[in-house]
Design a protein around this ligand. Structure first.
Ligand code: ADP
Length: 190
């Protein structure tokens, strides 16, 4: 199995690149942000709780997120592998992911991290807010999301770097140029 983590700050292009990666490598896409937005759209109890947290830019509890991940892993255990997008976002989540994958005798193959400067992130997210109406894409929430990323999520990169699984990729340029850089990293794994 090929199990990728696509890592990077909000607005770094994880969703866009994930779509291209799943087309080429036929992986199962797990985006915790998408899963949470689905709960919000379906107005489930979990969704109602999560919406407030997401609109403030803070992180939803590890317990909730891990629960969603375990369910997806079980559903697609016989598949070609996974691409994790927006997860793990805390070191506790990374440890739980490791345990969950171990239950299937699997592990993370690589973490690909998209590097994009903060000014560009803010520009992209404000633009997405205008185009899609995503309620967490307003200036105040965007700034908090990037702060939360720097404090709580950057340590996850160190966690994989220690295992020699962390590969940074330049996230600036055209969508296709960035995708080519990602493909190069993945194809070197085989
Ligand atoms: P972005 O990466 O653009 O901020 P996401 O769609 O990945 O957007 O996440 C949106 C929001 O959903 C986050 O700000 C957070 O509140 C919540 N969320 C998503 N994934 C996680 C996670 N792994 N752990 C905790 N909260 C999460």
């Amino acid at each position: 199995m090929l199990n990728l983590i696509l890592f990077g700050p909000p607005g770094s292009g994880k969703g866009t690149q994930s779509e291209k990666i799943i087309q080429k490598y036929k992986l199962v896409h797990i985006s915790t942000g998408d899963l949470l937005r689905e709960e919000v759209a379906n107005q489930t109890e979990l969704g109602m709780k999560a919406k407030k947290i997401m609109d403030s830019g803070e992180l939803v509890s590890d317990r909730i997120v891990i629960g969603m991940i375990r369910k997806k892993l079980e559903e697609h255990r016989a598949g070609p592998g996974f691409i994790f997008d927006g997860f793990p976002r805390t070191v506790a989540q990374a440890r739980e992911l490791r345990k969950a994958l171990t239950d299937y005798d699997e592990e993370i193959s690589v973490m690909i991290s998209l590097d994009v400067p903060r000014e560009e992130l803010v520009k992209r997210l404000l633009n997405r807010g205008k185009e899609t109406g995503r309620t967490d894409d307003n200036l105040e929430t965007i700034n908090n999301r990037i702060d939360v990323y720097e404090k709580q999520t950057i340590p996850v990169a160190h966690y994989y770097d220690k295992m020699r699984k962390y590969v940074p990729v330049d996230g600036m340029g055209s969508i296709d140029a960035i995708f080519k850089r990602i493909v190069k990293v993945i194809d070197q794994l085989k």
